[in-house]
Ligand binder design. Sequence first.
Ligand SMILES: [Zn+2]
Length: 269
Amino acid sequence: MERFLKLGSKVFSRGLGKYRIGSCVIFGIFSVIFIFSVGCMPQYNTRRTKVSLEPPRYRPLDPLPRTYVPSNSTRTNSATRPTNGSLPKITGSIVVDAGHGGDDPGASGRGGLPEKQIVLMIANRLADELRACGARVVQTRRDDRYVSLDGRVAISNRYRPNLFVSIHADAAENQLATGTTIYVERNATLKTLRFAQSINRALKGAGFECRGIRRQDFRVLKDNNYPAILIECGYLTNDQEAAQLNSSWYRNKIARTIARGIAEYFGSR
Ligand SMILES: [Zn+2]
C-alpha cells in the first residue's frame, strides 16, 4: 500500500510538472503572437488620424545658429537671415576683424571659452548681419587661425573699406569692471568718430552698459588708412559678463546691435 501511494504521488507530480511546462509554452506562444499583432497594427490617436510607425527623420544640424525668418521675407544670399528689421541699407564695404586667433587666445575668462572664440562668433554673426543689410563684407579671419596685426591692417588697406571694425572682449584685474568700450585712434577723423558714436548710441539704446568712446593708438587703428574702430564687447574677468559672452543669445544680440549702429550711420549720411 505504502509503495503504491509513493508511486501515485510520483506520477501525480510528474503529470503536474508536464502540465505546468505545457501551459507555459502555450501561454508564451500566444503572448508572442499577441504582442506581434498589436505591434504591427497602425496606431491611432484620439482624433483617429494614422500615426506613422516610421522613425522620425533627423536633418543634420545647421552649422550656424538658426534665426526666426518671417514667411514673407526674402532670402538673402547670406548664410543667416536679416534679424534687424527695417535697417537702412548699407551701401559700402566693411572689414570685420575678429581679434586674436590660433596661437593667440586673447583674454582668458572666468571659465568658459577664450576671447579668440567668443569674438570670432560675434564677428561672424556681425558679418552676416551686415551682408543682410547689403554691405560688402571682408573678414580678416573666419575660423580659428592666427593673423598678424600687420596682416589685418594690410587686408584693410587693400580692400579700402568704408569702415574697419575690430571685435574684442575685455579683461581687467578688477573683477567688478563691466561694460562695453569703443576705441578710436588718437588722431581719429570726424568720420571715424561718427561711426563710433552711432555704434555707441545703438549699444546704449539696446541696454548695454557703455563705458564710452576712448582714444588709444592700437596698431589695427593707427596703421589703418581707413576709418577704424575697436569694440570691447564686455569683460571676461567679470563673472556676469563672462557668462553673457559665453551665451549665443548675448553674442547675437551685441552683433545685431553693432550692425544696427553701422547701418544707422550709413542711413544718416
Ligand atoms: Zn582682445
